[in-house]
Design a protein around this ligand. Structure first.
Ligand SMILES: C[S@@+](CC[C@H](N)C(=O)[O-])C[C@H]1O[C@@H](n2cnc3c(N)ncnc32)[C@H](O)[C@@H]1O
Length: 455
């Protein structure tokens, strides 16, 4: 399928409040520098936003900040309204203000996942990074409270020079605490930093690869899932099979999936961006969205990446890191190695015998969690949470019919010429089967991977 530009975002990162209980040294929130009064959304503005999201067909909202637990009632209100609107919701929180009662109420309101910030297993390093003594103990207690109330937790470790040697131990700690995943997210230097070169936020390529190796090691040893919320250029990874967990996410801003909305309603294509493209309360969600066109049309790709066979998966790495370290959104990602860095391509489906079994007539069904959105000439299929892929209309219609009727189908009915697509949908968890037992979710293609499309 060729490149398309979506009619509206599929995922929103919504900053409920600017209020925060910590002052992380690495934080990307440019408005922290401005001082003065910290604003939050009101219940009325949440209502207006939810209506805009529902009307535009947004699938998933990440409630973030600031620190959402600083405005607990607002967080609970937004969660309930969004769930009523049929959206899935996640929350970014440092969990330091968690209590048993608050976690229970959020769980009851429908929260099933929190991305928390855990930057090191070493309390001193963690507390230095978040700029607050005692933070480590409160985060650990918060993770335990969330888990006790049946909320899934992923730990996000922002990796810079201070904590790059702590990845393995922090991953082990996260696994012991019951976190399902540890993200070793490369730090994106805040736009307000003047000269990043030589600072803690200027990672060398060998250091970045060491971090990825440590993540792979902790996955093997502790069984915890791994990833990064900011993509690494694929030519840095080189061996895409070894580093499969870091392939496929690409840049959500360039892929045209995500929009960030500040607590004042200003919209950004990338969460790390300070430029506002307009205010959604004044102009409407879709009008602001249309102003992200340069991101969506690939105009910020680095020139050397345009001829790369992996450009559509990699999206030229992180554009905001290129801006911070090389002075331009069009510049090279500082971790980029160029085409010669690529040593082993990515294998979408590991088990070739699976294709044979698909052709032999195993039956599939479409889970009720699957959501569809019509676009101009094609369809978006949301697998769960923020995982959305593009499919042809005929495929969407076929799947939607079986979803609505709760019926099963085999490859012959799906179209034997499309058996590879059916296998791909299965590995992405878009269809399920009782006839096959690929229970280990980690053996599936990373849920965020979407290798079928570009932006
Ligand atoms: C801005 S925080 C707000 C939510 C909450 N207060 C927290 O700390 O988790 C949202 C996420 O952005 C991540 N983050 C902050 N600064 C970053 C940076 N410079 N580069 C990459 N991610 C960053 C945090 O680790 C956190 O997971």
């Amino acid at each position: 399928m060729t490149d398309r530009i979506f009619s509206a975002p599929t995922t929103i990162n919504l900053e409920l409040t600017e209020i925060c209980n910590s002052r992380c040294r690495h934080c990307y929130n440019f408005w922290r520098q401005e001082g003065g009064h910290r604003i939050s959304l009101s219940n009325d503005s949440v209502d207006r936003l939810v209506k805009m999201f529902v009307d535009a067909g947004v699938f998933h909202v990440v409630l973030s900040g600031g620190e959402p637990l600083c405005t607990f009632d607002l967080l609970e209100y937004a969660l309930k309204r969004l769930k009523e609107g049929g959206l899935t919701v996640s929350c970014n929180s440092n969990l330091m203000l968690a209590t048993d009662e608050k976690m229970r109420r959020l769980r009851e309101a429908g929260l099933d996942h929190v991305l928390t910030s855990l930057n090191s297993h070493d309390p001193a390093v963690n507390d230095y990074m978040v700029n607050q003594p005692g933070a480590f103990n409160r985060i650990i207690a918060g993770i335990e409270l969330a888990r006790r109330n049946d909320i899934r937790v992923s730990a996000n470790m922002i990796v810079c020079r201070q904590n790059m040697d702590h990845v393995y131990q922090t991953g082990r700690l996260a696994a012991n605490l019951g976190c399902q995943r540890i993200f070793g997210t490369r730090v994106v230097p805040c736009v307000t930093l003047r000269d990043v070169h030589g600072t803690d936020y200027d990672m060398e390529k060998k250091d970045a690869l060491y971090v990825l190796d440590e993540l792979v090691r902790v996955k093997d040893d502790a069984g915890i899932m791994i990833g990064s919320l900011v993509s690494y250029p694929l030519c840095l990874l080189g061996d895409l099979e070894r580093y499969a967990d870091f392939v496929g996410r690409g840049c959500p801003a360039q892929r045209g999936h995500r929009m960030n909305i500040n607590a004042n309603g200003d919209g950004h294509a990338c969460v790390h961006e300070s430029i506002s493209y307009g205010n959604v309360f004044q102009e409407g969600l879709v009008a602001v969205w249309r102003k992200f066109r340069e991101w969506h049309a690939g105009e910020y790709l680095h020139a050397q990446c345009r001829s790369c066979a992996f450009e559509h998966v990699c999206n030229s790495g992180c554009r905001m890191s290129a801006l911070a370290l090389n002075g331009s959104l069009h510049g090279p990602d500082p971790l980029m190695c160029g085409p010669e860095g690529m040593t082993k391509p990515y294998k979408l489906v590991y088990d070739e015998s699976f294709h044979l079994r698909v052709k032999q007539g195993v039956r599939f069904r479409v889970p009720q969690r699957i959501r569809f959105r019509r676009e101009d000439g094609y369809c978006l299929l949301n697998i769960r949470w923020a995982n959305t892929i593009m499919v042809e209309n005929s495929v969407a219609q076929f799947l939607e019919r079986h979803k609505d009727a709760h019926t099963t189908f085999d490859c012959a009915e799906f179209g034997s010429e499309r058996s590879a697509l059916l296998a791909e949908l299965y590995f992405k968890d878009a269809v399920e089967s009782d006839d096959i037992a690929y229970d280990d979710e980690r053996s599936r293609v990373g849920l965020s991977a979407d290798l079928t499309v570009s932006r």
